[in-house]
Design a protein around this ligand. Sequence first.
Ligand code: SF4
Ligand code: SF4
Length: 428
Amino acid sequence: MSGNEQYCKMWEALGLDLEAHDQLLSVIPTIYQDIYLDQENRPQGMEYFDFVVVEIHGLRIKELQEHKEKGGKVVGAFCVYVPEEIVLAAGGVCVGLCAGAEVGMAEAEKVLPRNLCPLIKSAMGFKLAKICPYFESCDMIVGETTCDGKKKAWEVLNEIVPTYVMDIPQKKSAKGKELWLSEVSQFKDEVERMTGNKITSDSLGDAINLVNQKRKALKRLNDLRKADPAPISGRDALLVEQVAFYDNIPRFVEKVSALCDELEERVAKGIGITDESTTRIMISGTPMVIPNWKLPFIIETSGATVVCEESCTGQRYFRNLVDEGGDTVESQIKNLADRYLETDCACFTPNNERIDHVLEYAEDYDVDGVVAYTLQFCDPYAVETHKIKNALGKKDIPVLEIETDYGQEDTGQMKTRVEAFVEMIGNK
Ligand code: SF4
Ligand code: SF4
């Protein structure tokens, strides 16, 4: 990371543990060089996203502090179920707080069991070890009742920092829909109370339009990956999807659109990140949060390209738009609730629409194989893999199951398995 000194005062004022924070930042440049910068034939438009990573705890955090100095609030969330539009409509900024690194795990394991999903432990660890300036910038933390690990972790987090919890239904029944609508409405009231700003139909309409623009830009990027050869690597596409959770939205939309213009030219000229014969892989399962790039890197250095992410750091984040037709706050809240409840997370039962979507992506992206990716101790996705595998098996699409954490100990073993999988596909 460059120019750390200029941000030291800001990090200190935020209460970060500077030594531990330095350790976190010091590992990223080497990993990033190996995984990202050493790629050949990268689109030029990725330069902006490289810059975002370099400045991930710098410039964006400075922007958040400037927003706060002007009276704005920052809301942190851990799930794509939290409606960002409501925060924006009240003049706030919403940031993702999920964490994708092992740093801070030791702190987390003092208050959480060891055999818990690394995503939850990492997020808690970042807070306890005081290494996340996003966490420390937040005026409101929003948890949700999705998986058991998360909903119980919020009780522990609430002992450290007040945590507002949205009650997510388990079924998309009429009762479930009613509960969810009232939860979205209550969240609006809470955000209005916290920010001191009344949400109007105009402000909510603008916010809905803005977040839809972000989703459309991500959809356009992903549609371009349907081309053979794919014009961008899976690693780069994932990075763009990860940055979507932090960045200033209008700037993000502009940069993704510029990247897409470049990729469109590549597609027209038949230029790909690899050649046409490269095996096309979809990763399906749990989210991958910065700097969790382990699996796509392994896949893409084993003779394959990742062309689709069926996850919350992928399709689940941008697939559905919010209906922009509402002209009262009440109707807009209903539109928001409807859209968010379409999210096909494995925490729901049944969750058959996810199976349909996996099959749809497998066809649209012309995938040769699927890697069913589960973070360790994630029961919802691990159990649902059975159905995914069965459905893909009926279409004769091979599936490799990978369960892992944020550590590097299993990298060699994972690479051997992925290489064998790609070779098996090639021999089919
Ligand atoms: S996987 Fe489920 S719980 Fe996790 S972010 Fe996505 S919707 Fe939320
Ligand atoms: S990856 Fe699974 S266990 Fe972890 S937070 Fe998401 S749903 Fe829960």
